[in-house]
Every structure is written in structure tokens, then in C-alpha cells.
Design a protein around this ligand. Structure first.
Ligand SMILES: [Zn+2]
Length: 353
């Protein structure tokens, strides 16, 4: 579906801004990068030091030679989720701006402290989860300042936003995509079409995201609360950078560029999509060790055993069971767990769709 060619916004055109549907190609500015039509430029968005240390965000902007939307692809929100990071490097290398309509913004590593520190979920600097602090604030801690820079320099300049994740260093995950439902029919249809076009065969319908743009919490929800379609994708598991996961993320990006008619060619869709409506993330009631009883992607019955929590001597503490029948989207795949952290995500299969 293409919905981006009908009108222009003259003021934005004159300013050469990204963000207007159907804009004419001209110079686009993202942070310090000035990118002319037909160019592909890489550089850094600076996150200045504040209450704690600063950091830099590597980005690439490719400006096409024909009219089209601006699409942002954001990798490395969680620094241990490597396949999307590697996929965007491949995209950067192969993307030819003279063949492109519109603008592609690649955020290669959103969370550099987590990436270089090899941390799951949390920044090693401030202990915060970047994907829980959006839209961020310029006077906050480093995760909040990263979110603020990505909101103002990337999301605010894009027409569509794709937040690329995978199973974190501790998560055994079967690939899937989140379609976040807002209640705005046009927005939801556009996001749904993006989720399908990305090409993964499991799509989780997520109805519980906040609707306040000043407390959007999540990266892609920051786009949605600003009226822009967006999705979150999950490809990869357990810190692996194996090509099979990188390929899935890369194919998804090319698929979306074709979906938006920014490149020629057909979208490679999944043969069929399993829609997952209603999910639950099971969190650990204790600090200890988790021993999984099932693998990612397994089907489980209501009450089925997902795993056992044991203490540091190996003595059983508690069984963890499925709250309803469904699919295991991910399950903790390494031993340690702290109270309140995820053990598994289970989704119910939508029947009759
Ligand atoms: Zn993640």
C-alpha cells in the first residue's frame, strides 16, 4: 500500500526537511549530517555529557532522487541484540540512493553504552532500559538523553519508524513482529501492513501501549503517539549474530522499502501469518536460577510446565507454568534471573483469521 504521494507541504519543502509525505528530494538534515539527493552519508548524532557521561549514535542517511517517504530503521536499542545491527550495516553497503525514492535513516547502534558494555536490557551507565524511557529528556541520565536525541533527530523527521530488536543475550526467541493497535484506523492499518510486509510469520497484536506522546515509553510507540505508523521487530536469540537471524532482519528492511515503493521489486511475504492476540510476559517472583522446560516457538497447553526456578544450590523453588495455551515467543535461555525480570512470553493464537 502506498499512501505517500498525494500532497506536499510547501513550508517543509522550502526548508528541505524530512517528514513531509511525498516531499521533493532536496537537502535533508539529520543532526550534523547534510544529505543531498542521490547521496548516502554516515556520521554521529552527539549525546552531550550531562548528569553522567555522553555518547554518540552512528547513523546513515540515504537521500533518494525521487519523491517518497522518510523511513527510520533503529537497531541496537538493546546493545546485546546484534542481528539488526549487522543487517543495517549490510543495508548501508548495498543501498544505492540513485535508485531510491524518499529518505532512509539508519540508526546503527542506538545504545552505544549497552553495546560496548555487552549488557542486556539495561545501560551500564544509568541502569535504565532505553526502550522504557521514551520520549526521553535533554536533562536526564544518558539513556533518557539518547531517547531525546532519537526522538527529536530521527523519529520527528521520519514518516515511518521501525524498531529492530532480537532476543537479548539471555533470551531464546522465535522471530516475530509486534503490531501495536492504537484505535486510529488509518494508523493501525498502515502499521499492520508494515508488520505483514516485514515478512515474519508470527505477528503479536499488542493492544496495551500507552497513548500519551509525553510518556510514550517505547521507541516505536513514540512514533505511534505522534501519529506515525511504526512496528517493533524481533529477529535473533541469545546474543547470536548468526547469519540466519541477520538475513531475516535484512530481508525485512528491503521488504519495507519495497512496500513503500521506495525501491522496485516485490515484497517477500511469509507464506502465512500466525496472528497472536493477547500475550503475557511471565516475570520471576524470586532471584535465582531458571531451568527452562520448553524451547522458544514451542506450543504449550494451559498449565503446561515452562520451567523451574531453583536456588543457587540447585534446590527447586517454584515451577513456572503457562497461564493459557499458546506459543512460547521467548524463554529465558541462560541461568541467572533477578526478581521481576522476564522468564518467558506466551501468546494466544488467534483463531479464525
Ligand atoms: Zn530488545
Amino acid at each position: 500500500m502506498h499512501r505517500c504521494t498525494t500532497f506536499l507541504i510547501p513550508a517543509l519543502l522550502l526548508a528541505g526537511s524530512v517528514g513531509a509525505h511525498g516531499q521533493e528530494p532536496g537537502t535533508v538534515t539529520v543532526g550534523p549530517l547534510q544529505v543531498r539527493a542521490g547521496q548516502k552519508v554516515s556520521g554521529f548524532l552527539e549525546v552531550p555529557a550531562g548528569v553522567d557521561e555522553g555518547t554518540r549514535i552512528p547513523v546513515t542517511v540515504a537521500r533518494g532522487v525521487r519523491r517518497g517517504p522518510a523511513v527510520a530503521f533503529i537497531a541496537g536499542t538493546h546493545g546485546y541484540e546484534y542481528p539488526p545491527i549487522t543487517a543495517l550495516q549490510r543495508i548501508r553497503e548495498k543501498l544505492e540512493p540513485t535508485q531510491l525514492a524518499g529518505t532512509v535513516i539508519l540508526v546503527h547502534v542506538a545504545n552505544m553504552p549497552s553495546f560496548l558494555g555487552r549488557t542486556i536490557y539495561y545501560s551500564p551507565v544509568d541502569g535504565k532500559n532505553l526502550n522504557r524511557v521514551y520520549p526521553g529528556r535533554p536533562d536526564g541520565t544518558v539513556s533518557e538523553r539518547i531517547a531525546y536525541v532519537i526522538t527529536s533527530e530521527v523519529i520527528d523527521r521520519a514518516d515511518y519508524v521501525v524498531d529492530l530488536h532480537g532476543g537479548d543475550g539471555n533470551e531464546a526467541l522465535r522471530p516475530y513482529c509486534y503490531w501495536m493497535v492504537t484505535g486510529d484506523e488509518n494508523l493501525d492499518t498502515a502499521s499492520r501492513d508494515m508488520a505483514v510486509a516485514f515478512g515474519l510469520d508470527h505477528i503479536v497484536i499488542d493492544r496495551g501501549r500507552p497513548d500519551d506522546p509525553n510518556a510514550s515509553v517505547y521507541t516505536s510507540n513514540t512514533a505511534l503517539t505522534r501519529g506515525k505508523p511504526g512496528i517493533t521487530t524481533e529477529t535473533g536469540r541469545l546474543g547470536s549474530n548468526d547469519a540466519v537471524w541477520v538475513d531475516l532482519a535484512e530481508r525485512g528492511v528491503w521488504n519495507l522499502l519495497r512496500h513503500f515503493r521506495m525501491l522496485g521489486g516485490e515484497v517477500e511475504r511469509a507464506p502465512a501469518v500466525v496472528w497472536l492476540d493477547h500475550y503475557e510476559v511471565l516475570r520471576s517472583p524470586v532471584t535465582g536460577i531458571f531451568q527452562p522446560a520448553v524451547r522458544d516457538g514451542y506450543a504449550v497447553a494451559e498449565g503446561g510446565l515452562l520451567g523451574v526456578l531453583v536456588d543457587f544450590f540447585g534446590e527447586p523453588l517454584q515451577e513456572v507454568r503457562a497461564p493459557f495455551g499458546g506459543i512460547v515467543n521467548y524463554i529465558l535461555g541462560t541461568p541467572p534471573v533477578s526478581e521481576g525480570e522476564p522468564l518467558a512470553m506466551v501468546s494466544r493464537i488467534q483463531v479464525g483469521k
